[in-house]
Design a protein around this ligand. Structure first.
Ligand code: URA
Length: 439
């Protein structure tokens, strides 16, 4: 294969054949194409785009660059959720055991934090003893036994994405809809799913800042999944403000457990609503429910039964967690050396609670990565976050910082002042789920 002529074709805006795409993905994964040529192809794709047939060929070639999970026949459908990432977005944690209790098998293969957005695996690493790196046979065996797993991708799954993503990161070609679609869906298709719900976020802390761009990405991903035999739909959700009232690795695990424990705290209604809606859509997609209203009731009743909370413990134990150490940690108000509260300068309604600023502050407290080599402090973060529409009195808490030391806490409080605004009038309510994309 003459890869240079394929780069030139794409540079001129021509369409590549599926066989050509399969060929260069295979050759790049096995080291026969150098990084500089692949980077040139990625830049050509960034500017010229890929049509649906080309994106499908790229996604499938990337999926087939490594192991694809194989499951025994079983009446329980295989389902998963993917979020494009946000601040306080911990939905995967309560959703996974909820789905298992609703009769699904859930291979929730997750990633680490990207930019300011938290990663599910980083959150889970704050649980004593919990293992997220497991070989494919153990992943399948746990799902068959307990119905669910939350873990990382094995080294042998989708190696093409790992190599291409690193190059995109270094060549300014991350924000390309066909490349994002192929990257996300090659990993999801390697799970052999029956149905997938996509949570595509828009807003200040989202990968896609506008609803228009989020809709474009959602449509591209839903179309491609459906073409590849995976029943998919996407929820467009608001990421201008954090999800739930806590952000930061351990604090999010704690809030996820609160979400699983009925009766759920009113302050985490948005987290609960999103988890219930993701489950309800999957019930509809797999024909386990006849209407969205009935599916929501089914998911709510399941959550209220307390079974997903028990399933959570079962999943933790199956992945090596020390449950008594975990429960001791859960009982603590904080695991960080210092806490400090940001107080409201006036009474009124919270009219802004900016997820981007909150995310940046948490990253700089040590809760996220500034480079690939950064080590994470799992105990830092922000909780007791007051959200838009909530009433606050003068000097009432707007949020609480958990920090490694008082200098960090003080600097965080100073920066967090810009994240909040208080108004005399109650702000108009914005819906958490703005749209559902079916095709
Ligand atoms: N997440 C991914 O896995 N890939 C992308 O390209 C973007 C977000």
């Amino acid at each position: 294969m003459n890869f240079l002529s394929l780069i030139e074709s794409k540079r001129e805006g021509k369409t590549l054949a599926p066989g050509e795409i399969q060929g260069f993905i295979r050759d790049f994964t096995t080291g026969r194409i150098p990084d500089y040529q692949m980077a040139a192809m990625l830049m050509a794709i960034y500017f010229r785009g890929l049509d649906t047939a080309e994106t499908t060929a790229l996604t499938l070639a990337m999926r087939d660059s490594g192991d694809v999970l194989k499951f025994p026949n079983d009446p329980r459908p295989l389902v998963d959720k993917h979020s494009t990432g946000g601040i306080g977005d911990k939905v995967s944690l309560p959703l996974t055991p909820l789905l298992a209790c609703l009769g699904f098998r859930v291979p929730m293969i997750s990633g680490r934090g990207l930019g300011i957005t938290g990663g599910t695996l980083d959150k889970l690493d704050s649980i004593p003893g919990f293992q997220t790196l497991l070989p494919a046979d153990k992943i399948v065996a746990q799902i068959q036994k307990t119905g669910c797993i939350i873990c990382g991708q094995t080294d042998r799954m989708v190696p093409a994405d790992k190599k291409i993503y690193a190059l995109r990161d270094a060549s300014g070609t991350v924000p390309s809809i066909p490349l994002i679609t192929a990257s996300i869906l090659s990993k999801k298709l390697a799970e052999s799913l029956d149905a997938l719900v996509l949570d595509v976020k828009f807003g200040s802390a989202a990968f896609m800042q506008t609803k228009v761009d989020a809709r474009k990405l959602a449509r591209a991903m839903v179309t491609l999944c459906n073409k590849c035999g995976v029943n998919a739909r996407a929820l467009l959700t608001d990421m201008n403000t954090p999800l739930g009232c806590a952000a930061g690795n351990w604090l999010e695990v704690k809030e996820s457990v609160a979400c699983l424990e009925p009766p759920s705290d009113e302050s985490i209604k948005d987290l609960r609503t999103l988890a219930i809606d993701c489950a309800a859509h999957l019930l509809l997609q797999t024909r386990k429910s006849k209407s969205l209203a009935a599916a929501r009731k089914q998911a709510e009743a399941c959550l209220a039964s307390g079974n997903p909370r028990k399933k959570w413990d079962e999943m933790l134990a199956a992945q090596g967690a020390d449950l008594s150490a975990f429960n001791r940690k859960l009982a603590l108000d904080t695991t960080a050396p210092v806490t400090a509260e940001l107080k409201s300068y006036q009474s009124g309604y919270v009219s802004k609670c900016d997820a981007r600023i909150i995310g940046e502050v948490i990253r700089d407290l040590g809760g996220g990565r500034l480079s690939k080599e950064s080590t994470i402090n799992y105990d830092v973060g922000i909780d007791k976050i007051k959200k838009p529409g909530e009433r606050v009195g003068k000097l009432q808490t707007l949020c609480r910082v958990h920090a490694a030391n008082s200098a960090h806490a003080k600097a965080a409080l100073e920066r967090l002042k810009a994240a909040f605004a208080i108004s005399v009038r109650r702000p108009a309510k914005t819906p958490l789920i703005a749209e559902v994309i079916l095709r």
